[in-house]
Design a protein around this ligand. Sequence first.
Ligand SMILES: [Zn+2]
Length: 82
Amino acid sequence: MQGHSTLILCDVCSRPVPDQASKEVLYQVDKVRYRLELCPSCLGSEMKRHDGFRGVPGFRKRAAIVIRLNSPEELPRALPIA
Ligand SMILES: [Zn+2]
């Protein structure tokens, strides 16, 4: 894989960002967690939109953050209609 670089598509705005710049965010609604990867600019606005978050080990990254939501409607992207 040398010479290749991996870009991550932000789960909120779909912009490509380098893997090192993306951040895993787990949105917790009751006992369910939604895992998204965010670009730095979406992460910044999510940090502003929610005042509480905590750090946890990530699934794919070493660290992730957990943000609690009251309902899945507060996710920063539209959910597919079930
Ligand atoms: Zn984004």
